[in-house]
Every structure is written in structure tokens, then in C-alpha cells.
Design a protein around this ligand. Structure first.
Ligand SMILES: NC(=O)C1=CN([C@@H]2O[C@H](COP(=O)(O)OP(=O)(O)OC[C@H]3O[C@@H](n4cnc5c(N)ncnc54)[C@H](OP(=O)(O)O)[C@@H]3O)[C@@H](O)[C@H]2O)[C@@H](O)CC1
Ligand SMILES: [K+]
Length: 474
């Protein structure tokens, strides 16, 4: 606890050193103990601190009591909050340190604790949360009770899965995982694995110096319709940049010159449909992997051809975008998909396929259930994409940024995943390496371009740098 408090103080002085006074709000568990220790360490440096302790009928954890005694020894007198009249009155120049509840919170806040959180949120002063914004539950949705809205959260020990969910983003502010000498991924018994460089380094396979294009797979990208041929261009380019030996593209006739001109490295086939795909006459044995859906549309003739195609496929494929929307309109097809296929829905596509969910936790659980039920890999796309595997394993990606919320970003991921499958990665490894690579290329792109200016083509353009980074650290 002392090490955690010292790290917090160091961060505070480095990043939030200019405040007149630090108001520290403590609970009576170990999170409160952290708050007391931070207060003492700040005061030892001559900084003015005011400490409040919320009374909620507990004696307090051992570490809380030890740190309370240390305050008394230094003649620091905390204020005890027993009613709303004891809530702190804050000035605009104050900074609040929130050490009310951390990872030990086991139910939504109510009563005086809830009122205090609402009071602090209403003050309009900056709040730094210690370990967890108070009121946030780590294993279920926190929508039932109030949660501190922090500008920054100084978290310990490990990345908390709840911090990766969109519904919690407004509460944590920027998350900083402070190094207190403990493992930095998810905790060892967590039901999720973090996709980080360490994991990806064990999956990435470097190329044999004697390889030729035939060794790296021939992949087929299927999709496109009037006005959406760019989706196929992006996914074909991504498949090439992700390392496939050969890339073919199947588009309606109208897309022929577009693809041949924009992606000369790819081979292009068309079929009878002029403006949309209708026949899907694919000789699947020619390819190591197939990705279907970008820009494809959901016209009745397209849907019919698509369902016939699915019944003829013998190996796992990647399904995205309109392929998922076609599936949503004919859900019985789900059970006919080759086992090990990869579905890449964003939230809306997921809900069209499997139903609306109350919150992010419920959606994650449903994705895991559906992956198991249908024997599929489901990549639930978001700021931190989830990979749900048919054997019950679940992974969260650590790369990616808000700049990637831009049209065509998903088409790029489809190309990458298909390319990796084509190069002989298993479905699981293609998902893990694919989402990490996609996010990392976006992160590198953002450093040069900004979140605002990044477009999907920039993710493709930075795949090379992303591969280099993965390889150099593998
Ligand atoms: N390695 C580590 O783990 C490290 C951990 N560290 C720190 O420890 C923190 C975890 O500490 P913790 O386990 O004592 O829990 P904490 O969040 O302080 O709260 C527990 C108290 O709240 C109560 N309570 C619960 N729900 C409630 C509610 N709705 N409304 C009211 N009361 C409620 C609950 O009482 P209950 O009623 O459940 O008996 C109990 O009294 C962690 O976040 C980090 O800051 C660091 O020091 C570094 C190393
Ligand atoms: K807290």
C-alpha cells in the first residue's frame, strides 16, 4: 500500500502539482487506506491536504486503521462524514482525490455514499480516482448507482477489463496503470486475457527466407456493390499488406476497372451481376482463405447467392459487414457456417444478429455464448475489441484509438484477418494477431496524423511499421 501511495504521489506531483489544496475523500477499506497514505505523503512534502472519511458503519480494514493511526501520529485530523451536512465544500482551485471505494465495491452505491458521489460530481472540480472511480463495479454494469466522473484514474496491479468498455469510458477519464511491481496484464485468475505484445510475440511467425508467393496463401475477398467498391479496395489492399502471397477479388461487373486500377497487385474476377453480386460462383478449393461482406449490400438476389455459397464452403471463412447483415436476415444460416469461421460485427451488427443487450457486460456474455453455441470466433469490434472463442476463452485487445472510428476501418480488418488465415494462422491466432496489428497500425498512424485526420487507408499504410514493431519485440 505504501508503494502504491508513493507512486500516486509521484504521479500527482508530476502531473497535477499546481493546486493550492488536495481534498482526499476516503472510504474505510483498503482504497480509503491508500487515500490516507497519499494524504500523509503529500503533507510530508509541505502540501496542504484536507482529508474526509465517509462513515458507513465499519471499523475499517486493517490497512485503513494502520494508516489512520499514522495520521494521528502526525497530528493530521480527518473530517468524518456522517450526514450530508458534512460533505466538503470545494473551491474551483481544489483538486479532489477519490479514494472512497476501489476494487472491493460489491454492490451499487446507495444512501449517503451515493449522495456523496453525486455531490462531488456536481462540484465541477477535477477529480483523480485512486485505482477505480468510486461506484464502478468491475464485473457487472454500474448503471444502477452513481459513479465518480474522474479526469484521470490511477490504477494499480493490472488492467481492469471494466475500463475497456465504452459504457465506463466517461467515468475513468484517462487511465494510468502505475507500476507497483505487480503483473501488468489482467490478474492471473481473470476470465479474460489481454492481447498485448507479449502474447502476440508468441503467435507471430516470421517468414522463411526460402518462401515464395505460393507459401503465403492465395486469398479471395468477396463483396462490393454500386457506390461501395471502395470497401473492396481497402480490404484487398489490407490483405496484401498483411502478407498474403496472392489476393483475388470477386466483385460485380461494375467494380472491375475500379479494383484493377486501385489495386493492381490483386487479381480481379467479376460475375453475372452488373451492380451487385448474385451468383458467387467461387471455386473455393483455389484459395486458402475467403473473406466475404465489405460493401456487398443485402439485395434479395445477393442474399440468395450468399446462402448458396455458405452451404458449399468447407473451411473457415471471415464474414463482415453485409455478410453479417445477410446472416441476420436468415439466422438459420448461422448453424451452417464452417466451424472456426470468424465473424467481425460492430455493436449494431452484433445486435442485428443476436439481439439487443442492456449493457456492455451483457453483450460480452452473449458474444461468448454465441461463439460457443455456433463454434465460431466472434470479434466484437470497439475501442478495445473482444475476441470470443468457441472454447470459452475471451481476449481484449490493447491497441487501437478513437481515430479508427472511421469508415472503412472494418474493411481493413477483414482483409487482415483473411490474409492471416491464408498464411496458415489458426482462426484463434488470426483473430488475436489481426486485431492487435490493426490497432497498432492505427496507433502508429495517429502519431503522425492525429485522431481526426486518420482514415482507413492510413491503417493499411502503417501495417508495415506495425509488423516491424511486433517482429522487433517478438
Ligand atoms: N494488490 C492489491 O490488491 C492492492 C490493493 N490496493 C487497494 O485496495 C483496494 C481494495 O481494497 P478493499 O478490498 O479493502 O476494498 P475497497 O474498494 O476499499 O472497499 C471495501 C469496503 O467497501 C465496503 N463496500 C463495498 N460495497 C459497498 C457499497 N456499495 N456501499 C458501501 N460500502 C461498500 C466494503 O464493506 P462490506 O459492506 O462489503 O463488508 C468494504 O468495507 C484497491 O482498490 C486499491 O485501492 C492498493 O493498496 C495496492 C495493492
Ligand atoms: K476510488
Amino acid at each position: 500500500m505504501e508503494r502504491a501511495a508513493a507512486q500516486c504521489v509521484q504521479w500527482l506531483l508530476q502531473h497535477k502539482g499546481g493546486f493550492n489544496r488536495y481534498t482526499i475523500i476516503c472510504g474505510k477499506g483498503n482504497n480509503g487506506g491508500d487515500g490516507l497514505a497519499i494524504g500523509r505523503l503529500l503533507q510530508e512534502r509541505g502540501i496542504e491536504v484536507v482529508i474526509y472519511i465517509l462513515e458507513f458503519g465499519h471499523l475499517g480494514s486493517t490497512d485503513f486503521q494502520v494508516n489512520l493511526q499514522r495520521l494521528h501520529d502526525r497530528h493530521i485530523q480527518p473530517h468524518f462524514i456522517q450526514t450530508e451536512s458534512g460533505f466538503p465544500q470545494l473551491a474551483p482551485t481544489d483538486l479532489v482525490i477519490d479514494a472512497l471505494f476501489g476494487s472491493g465495491l460489491n454492490r451499487p452505491l446507495d444512501g449517503l455514499a451515493a449522495a456523496l458521489v453525486n455531490h462531488l460530481n456536481a462540484q465541477g472540480v477535477p477529480i483523480i480516482s485512486i485505482d477505480v472511480p468510486s461506484g464502478m463495479l468491475l464485473e457487472e454494469s454500474s448503471a444502477q448507482g452513481p459513479v465518480i466522473r474522474a479526469g484521470h484514474t490511477l490504477s494499480f496491479q493490472n488492467t481492469k477489463m471494466a475500463f475497456l468498455l465504452p459504457e465506463n469510458g466517461a467515468f475513468t477519464g484517462q487511465v494510468h496503470v502505475l507500476d507497483i511491481g505487480l503483473h501488468k496484464g489482467f490478474s492471473e485468475n481473470a476470465p479474460y486475457t489481454l492481447i498485448d505484445q507479449k502474447l502476440v510475440g508468441t503467435i507471430y511467425k516470421s517468414r522463411s527466407p526460402f518462401g515464395h508467393k505460393g507459401n503465403f496463401g492465395h486469398v479471395l475477398m468477396v463483396g462490393g456493390a454500386t457506390g461501395k467498391m471502395g470497401a473492396m479496395v481497402l480490404s484487398a489492399k489490407a490483405a496484401l499488406r498483411a502478407g498474403a502471397g496472392l489476393v483475388s477479388v470477386l466483385v460485380p461487373r461494375i467494380g472491375y476497372f475500379v479494383v484493377q486500377t486501385a489495386v493492381p497487385e490483386a487479381m480481379c474476377m467479376t460475375e453475372a451481376g452488373e451492380e451487385k453480386l448474385t451468383e458467387f460462383n467461387i471455386e473455393s478449393f483455389r484459395y486458402e482463405a475467403i473473406g466475404i461482406g465489405p460493401g456487398m449490400g443485402t439485395a434479395a438476389e445477393t442474399q440468395k447467392g450468399f446462402s448458396t455459397l455458405l452451404s458449399n464452403l468447407e473451411y473457415p471463412v471471415v464474414l463482415d459487414a453485409d455478410a453479417l447483415n445477410c446472416l441476420a436476415q436468415q439466422p438459420t444460416l448461422l448453424s451452417t457456417l464452417p466451424k472456426g469461421s470468424i465473424l467481425t460485427p460492430h455493436q449494431k451488427e452484433f445486435e442485428r444478429l443476436f439481439g439487443i443487450c442492456e449493457n456492455d457486460f451483457a453483450r460480452i456474455q452473449l458474444a461468448q455464448e454465441m461463439a460457443r453455441q455456433y463454434g465460431l470466433y466472434i470479434i466484437l469490434k470497439g475501442h478495445h475489441s473482444l475476441v470470443a472463442a468457441p472454447d470459452g476463452q475471451a481476449f481484449f485487445n490493447s491497441t487501437g484509438n478513437a481515430g479508427m472510428a472511421t469508415g472503412g476501418s472494418g474493411d481493413v480488418l477483414t482483409g487482415i484477418l483473411t490474409s492471416l488465415l491464408g498464411q496458415g494462422y489458426t482462426s484463434l491466432h488470426a483473430c488475436i494477431l489481426g486485431v492487435y496489428l490493426h490497432g497498432l497500425a492505427g496507433d502508429i498512424g495517429v502519431q503522425q496524423l492525429s485522431e481526426e485526420a486518420l482514415v482507413a487507408g492510413d491503417i493499411v499504410a502503417h501495417l508495415g511499421a506495425a509488423f516491424r514493431q511486433i517482429r522487433s519485440q517478438a
